[in-house]
Structures are given as structure tokens and as C-alpha cells.
Design a protein around this ligand. Structure first.
Ligand code: NAP
Length: 261
């Protein structure tokens, strides 16, 4: 199946690890070009070395996304170096555990800056280019937007706002034929998830307990399964009439009857 992504430029934030890394791989496999925006870490360097060993279509733009002027200059840099942007995948974020009781107002605001503000900033600065390409935006949200988690107000607020903005931008961008959709992962093994698991008393037992509650196959969702949803939502040929949607590839974790687990 031709997804129509060949040579199109896709920007993936946090695209050198975890879910973003899987989306980068999937886009490259479809013949797209990818500009990864993220922090330069040992892991990011190793990921980019691996991508560049088999493709010249993957580029790294170092940026701390909490720095909003850097969000603007990163988009400018990408446009100057690689041309117009067809796809924007807003993915970078962190479940930083700023609770209502245990958090503070200052930490709540910081959490919004880590998880939400850069989604708007990048979409805003990429918009003139997306208008030219009649491109697509995919926002990576979370099941936490629908279910809550407890002790993570900033993250939950950001993830919920991403769903609202997905509908809002889908409506605003109709005249430009720009589609905007969201994906809500639930349980995906990534560096972020591993770090969270390792904070728990018995990570192995905790993982087994979580997996047992996932209805389809009693297993975690693969990062490649999230990436498959992302390339579908980016595809002008396959999802050309799909906009404002919230897709939940989670093995039925959020919606199916608890009695099934
Ligand atoms: P991850 O393993 O931590 O990967 C995220 C990547 O984004 C990392 O490379 C990280 O860099 C980068 N990043 C994060 N904040 C950044 C910032 N402010 N500036 C620049 N780069 C930044 O996370 P993940 O689990 O793949 O999560 C990706 C998305 O999926 C997030 O939006 C998350 O909320 C969502 N999600 C994940 C799950 C899950 O089960 N994993 C479930 C629901 C939703 P560093 O490595 O330097 O931190």
C-alpha cells in the first residue's frame, strides 16, 4: 500500500527515542524525510547514527522544547535546510508527577511548559509551511487525558488540552485542507515508561500486573503499533478524509469491559 509519504518532510519532536523513535523509523520506511527535534543525548546520538547508516533522509535538530524561542528558530532552521514541512508529529513530553496535593503552582506551570506549550508553538510556526503542503498534524496525547492517573495534574491537563487542540485545529485548518488528529497511547515500553516503572517497589511484578489488565493479548502496545497509526494519520492517500479524530491503539485498555481482564 502506498501511503503517499515518499520524499515528504515530517517533523517529529522527541523523534530519537521511544514512541517518537518508532514514528521516525516508520516514516523513513515509507520513504519520507524526517527532521527529529530533540535534546542531544548519548541515546539520541546512537539513534541518529543508526538511522544515518542506512538513510540520508533523517536529520537531527537539537532543541530544548521548553525554550519557546528555540521552537521558532528550529522550525526556521528546518525550512531553510530541508524545505517545506508536510507533517508535524508533536510527541515529546514527560509524565512528571505534579500532583494536586504534592505539587505546587510553579511546578504545574513548568509541567504545562514541558508537555503542552511547545505543541502549540511548533504548530504555530510550522503553519505557513503546512498551508503550502496541505499537510497533517499528529498530536501524541495519552490515555491519562481520558482516565486520569492520580498525582499528575500538569501532565493530565496537557494531555487533555492536546485532545481539545486537535479538534480546535482540525476546525480552524479546514480551509487549508490540513488534517489534525491525535493518538492516545496507554502502555508502551519506552525509556520514559521504563524510568517510571523503575520508581515502583517491584517493577517486574508491577509490569506483570499492568499487562494482565490489558484485554487484547495481555501485553503492552508496541511502539511500532503506535507508529503505524501515526503514518496512517499522516498519509494523504489513506487518511485523506480523517480529521479531528482521537485514535486509541491500546489493546482495549481504556474502553473494554473490566470483566474481560
Ligand atoms: P521517551 O521515551 O521519554 O521519549 C521522549 C523523547 O522526547 C526523548 O528523546 C526525550 O528526550 C524527548 N523530549 C522530551 N521532552 C523534551 C523537551 N522538552 N525538549 C526536547 N526533547 C524532549 O517518551 P515516550 O514514552 O516515547 O513518550 C512519547 C509521547 O508519548 C509523550 O508525549 C508521552 O506523553 C506519550 N505517551 C507515552 C506512553 C507510554 O506508555 N510510553 C503512554 C501515553 C502517552 P530525553 O531522552 O533527553 O528526555
Amino acid at each position: 500500500m502506498d501511503l503517499g509519504l515518499k520524499d515528504k518532510l515530517i517533523v517529529v519532536t522527541g523523534g530519537a527515542a521511544g514512541i517518537g523513535g518508532a514514528i521516525t523509523r516508520a516514516c523513513l520506511a515509507e520513504g519520507a524525510r524526517v527532521a527529529v527535534i530533540g535534546r542531544r543525548s548519548q541515546n539520541a546520538i546512537a539513534f541518529m547514527d543508526e538511522m544515518n547508516s542506512s538513510s540520508s533522509a533523517c536529520h537531527f535538530v537539537e532543541a530544548e522544547l521548553e525554550d519557546l524561542s528555540r521552537c521558532e528558530s528550529a522550525i526556521k532552521e528546518i525550512l531553510a535546510a530541508y524545505g517545506d514541512i508536510y507533517g508535524l508529529v508533536n510527541n515529546a513530553g514527560i509524565n512528571d508527577g505534579v500532583g494536586l496535593e504534592k505539587g505546587s503552582v510553579e511546578r504545574f506551570v513548568e509541567s504545562i511548559s514541558k508537555n503542552l506549550t511547545h505543541y502549540y508553538a511548533l504548530a504555530h510556526h510550522a503553519l505557513p509551511s503546512l498551508k503550502k503542503t496541505q499537510g497533517a498534524i499528529v498530536n501524541i496525547s495519552s490515555k491519562v487525558a481520558l482516565t486520569g492517573q492520580g498525582n499528575t495534574s500538569g501532565y493530565a491537563a496537557s494531555k487533555g488540552a492536546q485532545l481539545a487542540l486537535t479538534r480546535e485545529w482540525a476546525a480552524e485548518l479546514l480551509p487549508y485542507n490540513i488534517r489534525v488528529n491525535a493518538i492516545l497511547p496507554a502502555e508502551v515500553m519506552t525509556p520514559l515508561y521504563r524510568r517510571w516503572l523503575d520508581t515502583l517497589g517491584d517493577p517486574k511484578a508491577e509490569l506483570a500486573r499492568i499487562e494482565a489488565k490489558i484485554p487484547l493479548g495481555h501485553r503492552m502496545t508496541l511502539d511500532s503499533e503506535i507508529a503505524a497509526a501515526a503514518v496512517f494519520l499522516l498519509s494523504p492517500t489513506q487518511s485523506g478524509h480523517t480529521t479531528g479524530q482521537h485514535i486509541i491503539p491500546d489493546g482495549g485498555y481504556v474502553h473494554l469491559d473490566r470483566a474481560l481482564t
